[in-house]
Every structure is written in C-alpha cells, then in structure tokens.
Design a protein around this ligand. Structure first.
Ligand SMILES: Nc1nc2c(ncn2[C@@H]2O[C@H](COP(=O)(O)OP(=O)(O)OP(=O)(O)O)[C@@H](O)[C@H]2O)c(=O)[nH]1
Ligand SMILES: [Mg+2]
Length: 291
C-alpha cells in the first residue's frame, strides 16, 4: 500500500489545483487563516503548501479532534507551537472544547489591524477568517459549530466541501469554509499511512487489510496496553507477530470466522480501523512532539 499512496492521492488533481487557486484568489479578502490540524497526527496533517499560499496573513493553528487524541501529547504540541511563536489552540468540534477561545484569539492576533479599523472609522468591521486544512479534518464542522447552524455539509469522508462558502459566526467573525487541500505527493510513506489511519484519504483507494494490519503494529508500539485491553489479548498472544497475524488474532478473539473456520481478517480490519477512528481503543496520538 505504501508505494501506492502517493500515486493514489492524485485522485483529484484538478480539484486540488482548483483549491489552490481558490486560496490565492480569496486570501486578500481574509484577515487571518484558521488552519485545522488533526491532533492525532499534527505533522502528517499539516499541508506544507498552505504556508506558502497564505504567507500574507497570520495563522491560528487549531489541533482539532482533540477529544480523540492523548491530552498530554496535545498539550506538548500546543506548547511547541507557542514556543515557535505561533498561535495555537486545542479544540474539538464535537465536544465543543476550546471553541470559545477562537474569536478572542483572532481578535488578539489582529489587535493592531483592528485598532487601525477603529481609527479609520471602521469600528465593528468583522474579522474574516479563511478555514483551511486537509480533507476530513473538520473544517465544515467548525463552521457549523461557530455559526450555531448546520450551514455546511459534514460527512465522515474526505472531499465533501467542493467550493468556498462564507458564514457568519456572529460576535465579529466571518468564516470562509474551503475544500480540503491535500498535497499531491507524500515524500514520506509514513505520512500517507497516518493520513489513511485517521481517514483523511479515501478508504476505497487503499487495501483495508494491509492498512489495518499496519495500524495494529503502530498501536502495539505506541500504546500496547490500550490495544491489548480493547481486544482482550495477552502479551504472549501477540509476541513477535506481524501485521496480518495480528489481524488474525483479533479476528479469532472476536470470533470472526469465514466458512471453513479461517479468521475473517477483512471484518477484523474494518473493526480495528473504525474503533481507532472513533476513539474506542482510547485517546491515541500517533505523532509525539520531539520524537
Ligand atoms: N471526534 C471528532 N470528530 C470530528 C471533529 N470535527 C469533525 N469531526 C468529524 O470528522 C468528519 C469530517 O468532518 P467535516 O467537517 O466534514 O470535515 P471537512 O474538513 O469539512 O472535510 P472536507 O469538506 O471533505 O474537506 C465528520 O464525521 C465529523 O463529524 C472533532 O473535533 N472531533
Ligand atoms: Mg467540508
């Protein structure tokens, strides 16, 4: 799967070019960029192209889906961004955590600009923020939460928002929801894998069993206790096992069998991916600051 990820990701080259153009054409109408990262994979979910396209504006970085990530790991990431002079907040668009801090943070980032508006008699002008991030990271969910209405379409698959859309978040903030931007090639296969584990890349372009097997291995390195606990496995049961064998073990333990009594690894693969993505295995961050 690894070799194929960067090729497969060109699934929509025209769409990505259009999104880049949308950013360039609209950045001058915006005062600030709100860039969403996935708190479970802050590095892999950072599109290196975005900084270049938005360099004329300050950026507020949101570590979204933080209720699915390890809270300590998220704190370390936020501290790291702040140490580098960046503005960062941990948020969650389902639980609502941290969302109340976004408007004040934007006002603080733009305080000189806002003072300038006041001097020019433009007091009360709303801050305009461009919402950016990779597909499925939660941009439309953020817009809906901040605007208090279901304005933007939200679905659990990448590539839902296809064009820009303005929405008013009240309290002095307007938001420009944008389509997800994914860079065309991943230099590092690990990045591709992380994006696939968390659901930023369409499932249908990946081999589910290979992906889920790789995820089992990652969980065994990152948080073995959570993995063993969830699937009621002993250390001995998984000792020295490879990706596919781990899936077979999970299938066996859950009683997933195909006719003939073989373990149903396809079913186990779907379960492991679903349970990781929905946080059932635990609050897990795959990329730890400083590692
Ligand atoms: N647990 C959790 N799920 C979230 C959060 N934010 C969004 N989601 C879920 O992630 C999925 C994608 O959300 P969207 O808001 O459609 O993502 P998007 O960035 O607009 O996606 P595209 O328009 O495809 O680029 C949906 O299933 C949301 O419910 C969050 O903070 N926590
Ligand atoms: Mg969207």
């Amino acid at each position: 799967m690894n070799e194929n990820v960067s090729e497969n990701i060109n699934w929509f080259p025209g769409h990505m070019a259009k999104t880049r153009r949308l950013i360039s054409e609209n950045i001058s109408f915006c005062d600030v960029v709100i860039e969403l990262l996935d708190a479970r994979i802050p590095q892999s979910s950072k599109n290196p192209e975005i900084d270049g396209l938005t360099s004329s504006r300050p950026t507020l970085t949101l570590l979204n889906k933080s209720s699915l990530a390890d809270p300590d790991a998220t704190k370390r990431w936020v501290a790291e961004y702040r140490a580098r002079g960046k503005y960062a907040l941990a948020v969650d668009c389902i639980t609502g955590d941290g969302l109340g801090k976004i408007t004040p943070a934007c006002a603080s980032i733009l305080k000189e600009k806002i003072a300038g508006w006041d001097e020019k008699g433009m007091s009360g002008r709303k801050i305009r923020a461009m919402i950016l991030g990779i597909p499925n990271v939660g941009k439309s969910s953020l817009v809906n939460r901040l605007c208090g209405i279901k304005k933007a379409r939200v679905e659990d698959r990448p590539g839902v928002t296809l064009s820009k859309q303005w929405a008013s978040a009240g309290k002095g903030l307007d938001l420009l929801d944008m389509p997800g931007v994914l860079w065309p090639k991943f230099e590092d296969p690990e990045t591709g894998r992380n994006l696939a584990f968390t659901g930023a890349i369409k499932d249908s372009i990946l081999d589910t069993e290979t992906l889920a097997g790789q995820l089992c291995l990652r969980l065994m390195t990152r948080c073995p206790d959570l993995f063993l606990q969830r699937y009621k496995l002993s250390r001995e049961a998984v000792e020295g096992k490879g990706a596919h064998e781990l899936l077979e073990t999970v299938a066996g333990k859950r009683g997933f069998l195909v006719s003939g009594g073989e373990p149903d690894t396809e079913r186990a693969a779907n379960i492991v991916l679903d349970e990781f993505r929905s946080g059932k295995i635990g609050r897990i961050t795959l990329e730890i600051q400083g590692e």
